[in-house]
Design a protein around this ligand. Sequence first.
Ligand SMILES: NC(=O)c1ccc[n+]([C@@H]2O[C@H](COP(=O)([O-])OP(=O)(O)OC[C@H]3O[C@@H](n4cnc5c(N)ncnc54)[C@H](OP(=O)(O)O)[C@@H]3O)[C@@H](O)[C@H]2O)c1
Length: 297
Amino acid sequence: MMSSNSFGRILILGGNGQVGFELQRSFAPFGEVRAPRRSEVDANDLQAVAAYIDEYQPQLILNAAAWTAVDKAEDEPEGAMRLNAQLPSLLAEKASVLGATLVHYSSDYVYPGDGDQAWCEDSAAAPLSVYGQSKLAGDETVLASDCRHLVFRTSWVYAARGNNFLKTMLKLGRDRDTLNIVNDQIGAPTPARLIAQLTYEALRQKIDSGLYHLAPQGTTSWHGFAQAIFRMAIEQGEVLAINPETLGGIPTADYPTPATRPLNSRLALGKLEATLGLTIPDWQSQLSLTLIEHLDR
Ligand SMILES: NC(=O)c1ccc[n+]([C@@H]2O[C@H](COP(=O)([O-])OP(=O)(O)OC[C@H]3O[C@@H](n4cnc5c(N)ncnc54)[C@H](OP(=O)(O)O)[C@@H]3O)[C@@H](O)[C@H]2O)c1
């Protein structure tokens, strides 16, 4: 008999990514978890994904697989659309047939990025990039589907492992005594661990299908995030060439990239907090924990 805290057969796609890895850790005690590597199931091959699902018959699908190369998506829109839109569409279809729940992750990049107010779940989306368009297309197909579904829009994801801003900054901060970091994009750095924990809690509480923002409390710029990384790393005994107090700041306009980034990535968290009946911790305390884990202090 399935115990009350078991989700049964759980399929995690993108299990080697930042979020997928934390999902594996968080869900391991609560069901039979399968997280096939790309070499086992290439998510670009939608028929292979469909066949895998038909064989495994998951009761819960956690989709952390995505095309996350934001700049590269500008040149390869078909690839981004396949992973970020067609894959979730297939997963929703399969979940619907199986009576399974689908959890899908999305991005602050679906919003237009203007102004200084936090985006709510019912704010109008207007992506500035191909990546943002592909994520929005994925959200829309999942939200319109009749399977039980949760779509979490998050921002600035990092973790103790994987490719991310935290690790890039630590490397640069050890090697260089001057750095200029963008100071006019505002958002909340979100540890993958927090995403996995709140995903678990949302499923445990069986919250209603729909769209929820998921990030820590508070906001900062990439410059503020870098400064906090350096300050905390030094406090934890790391020797850096960079001085956080003299870290340079530059506007986005001085750091051109192929894909346009939103300046305002603030996400309102009230819906998820009210639904779950909790207060999400702030980004600084979450950074401290992730940094301690990464530096193995
Ligand atoms: N990173 C951010 O700053 C950010 C911000 C907002 C929202 N999000 C969203 O959060 C979710 C998780 O992001 P993340 O940061 O965890 O991404 P990530 O670390 O880049 O992980 C993406 C995962 O997708 C897998 N994947 C990509 N192409 C695949 C393919 N063809 N077949 C099988 N697997 C494939 C990757 O496999 P490999 O390990 O084999 O490469 C990896 O495991 C995504 O939906 C993303 O859009 C991310």
